[in-house]
Design a protein around this ligand. Sequence first.
Ligand SMILES: Cc1ncc(COP(=O)(O)O)c(C=O)c1O
Length: 395
Amino acid sequence: MKYDFDRVIERRGTDSVKYDILQPLYGKEDVLPMWVADMDFAVPDFIQEAIIRRAEHEVYGYTIRPRRYNESIAGWISRRHGWNVDPGNIDFSPGVVPALVLSVLGYTEPGDKILVQSPVYFPFFSSIENHGRKLVNNQLVDDKGVYSMDFDDLEEKFRSGIRMMMFCHPHNPVGRAWSMEELQRLAALAIQYDVLILSDEIHSDLLLFGHRHIPLASLGKEIASRTITCVAPSKTFNLAGLHTSAVIIEDPVLKKKYEKILEDIHIGGGNIFGFVALEAAYTNGDAWLEQLLKYLEGNFTFARDFMENNLPGIRVSPLEATYLAWINFEILGLEDKALMEMMVKDAGLAFVDGPRFGAGGAQYLRMNIATPRTVMETALNQMLQAFQKQFPGKF
Ligand SMILES: Cc1ncc(COP(=O)(O)O)c(C=O)c1O
């Protein structure tokens, strides 16, 4: 079956975070939203059918997650990434960010140091700082938009007594799929300095252009025993509104702690539609995902070529994973605020501004490319026209 990613679906008026709060967020209703990480594509038929099938039963009472549910997660991870997870080591979370916060609360004490690698998905900051833990930054190295880890700085910081590292793998917003060599170096340091790794692998199914996802915990027993891995079908299959994610913990002590905190806060129940959607996605989703990835590659190539041809000097980072393009606008010589203002007011485009992702984010914008090609085309033309107006003769 061929899926249609070109179809434009009207999402305004559906109480969508992406479309229905543009006025308060951007001061303007009439902008193309290319900000929050949710896709404009229809959910695959087999997921919608599973939800409808469940909805047709008239009782929506408290629901369990049968072993079959965890097996669908383990099966997916084994097929997609070659990591064999024991279904018994899979726990629930109503979202990946909630799992990050639960882990901060469950595994660290107020005042403990938690390391991140900016520029990074900004809820990493709040999930640490809102709970009285100390944020330590190991800033990524930006070589003209190509990113790598600063291992010397990482080791120095680990040596200073880091309790936990919040690892973005693949990395939002810089689009890196970390390589085996990078993961091995990171794992060796975490083991040497006794650091717990919270590996946010929510984007792990969205690997592009021949890149591969290597789950950190799949590297070996020693690193697995200090890793909490977060995964979800929410980005992959566009199910964020169903709030259903999974946490994989191999170490029994860590696992018990996670389960205790989940129980203490009473959020382990989940929702029945999320469960049937996850199971349908992870059981039947391979072919749909392959087509999605091809489409995303096409969108990224289209956007990058458009910018290279029409907006010389604007630099698009290579996209190894995620559907979030990371774009540098330094050449324009604008302050970050003025850049965003121009995008919203003149180009009619809503992006996420780079500085929100912390140190290293200045002069960048993050653009969500998970939208029909015609919408991408419209957005890029609007950008070009705004630039031509603002900088006559330059573009
Ligand atoms: C790295 C990363 N983690 C977590 C999330 C959100 O997770 P959830 O909606 O499951 O809380 C996102 C969403 O963009 C993300 O990019």
